[in-house]
Write a protein that binds this ligand. Structure first.
Ligand SMILES: [Zn+2]
Length: 344
């Protein structure tokens, strides 16, 4: 392994550049959060703990970096180029600690580590920041440790940003100590237009724009052959479910091969299927704005054969499966159950 100075420097430069791009994207789309930090800082109204309800397509850590820059960059609006900004972007600012899951969980020692670092850095003046990414992965010992820390921070000027995609998994005691911030979603219409401008197929672009948080997310979807193939198989799968005489399991195997590639594939399959049933429900209620606009004829026909109660029942079931995917060890079993349940 070569850890010579120049390689190290290149890695740091790469990190700075990467985080700079992320921060830029964040500021373009989440102006409200950036503005609220600025205003709260000026008025001395910053909260000591924020919880950001994030999604996997927006780098919410950028919010923590921006907040730290408001204190450390000497420009009114962070300049991104001074040594303080660069330290923050390169993840080596001594007063900004970022914690991410170590493996599958965030351990107690990691939370204690923040406190220790801050105590060590107490000779250095200034505010201290910490960010906990995927905060829902905290072990209960880690969460308790954080709770103590939130109650007795190492200094008055300590600010924490917790980031989670699943707010339901955050301890209520922690939740009650945080100010909640929600990221703004990009409007589906503008994603659709962006995708069309990029030359993507109009109908698919329409669907994906409704299913994506922003243009990056949508573009990644359009360029991912596995995701596209899952999307294409959804109507066929619903047809397959309704053809009771069809005992051919080739198609079943085909679906399995693709959705068991990893957990995200399975999640996508379940979520898309949910949208498909929502469309069936919409048509049933005379509502024309579908996600799967390109499958309208089939959806219309299918919706006549199934009762509203049954549709709702299936949607509820799919939502439950999707919410529990992270805890389902046996995907095969849950897919088999899903098949049986949707068929019935
Ligand atoms: Zn600066």
């Amino acid at each position: 392994m070569n850890i010579s100075g120049s390689d190290f420097q290149t890695d740091v430069e790469k990190k700075i550049e990467e985080n700079y791009q992320k921060l830029n994207r964040f500021l373009e789309r989440q102006t409200e959060i950036a503005d609220s930090f600025k205003k709260a800082k000026i008025n001395g109204k910053l909260s000591h703990a924020y919880l950001i309800k994030a999604n996997k397509n927006i780098d919410a850590l950028s919010a923590a970096r921006f907040l730290a820059m408001l204190f450390y960059c000497s420009a009114d609006t962070p300049c991104f180029t001074c040594s303080e900004c660069r330290k923050i972007l390169g993840n080596f600012h001594s007063n900004l600690k970022i914690v991410e899951p170590d493996g599958t969980t965030i351990k107690k020692e990691q939370i204690q580590g923040i406190q220790e670092e801050f105590i060590k850095a107490s000779l250095v003046e200034g505010a201290r920041f910490f960010a906990i990414n995927k905060a829902e992965k905290m072990s209960s010992a880690a969460a308790n440790s954080l709770l103590k820390f939130l109650e007795e921070p190492t200094g008055k000027q300590t600010y924490g940003i917790l980031i989670t995609e699943n707010i339901d998994l955050i301890l209520p005691t922690i939740l009650s100590r945080c100010q909640l911030l929600t990221l703004k979603k990009m409007n589906a219409e503008s994603i659709h237009n962006d995708l069309k401008a990029l030359g993507f197929d109009e109908e698919k672009a329409y669907f994906i724009s409704r299913f994506s948080q922003d243009i990056n997310d949508a573009e990644a979807f359009m360029n991912d052959p596995i995701k596209l193939s899952i999307l294409e198989k959804i109507p066929a799968f619903v047809k397959f479910l309704s053809e009771r005489n069809n005992e051919s399991f080739d198609f079943y195997r085909e679906i399995e091969n693709i959705i068991f590639i990893d957990r995200e594939c399975f999640r996508l399959f379940v979520d898309l299927l949910t949208f498909f049933y929502i469309d069936i429900y919409k048509i049933r209620n005379g509502y024309e704005k579908l996600f799967f606009l390109h499958e309208k004829a089939f959806i219309e026909k299918f919706s006549q054969k199934i009762s509203k109660a049954k549709i709702i029942n299936k949607i509820d079931y799919l939502i439950e499966i999707s919410a529990n995917i992270d805890y389902n060890i046996n995907s095969q079993l849950s897919f088999d159950q899903l098949y049986m349940k949707l068929r019935g």
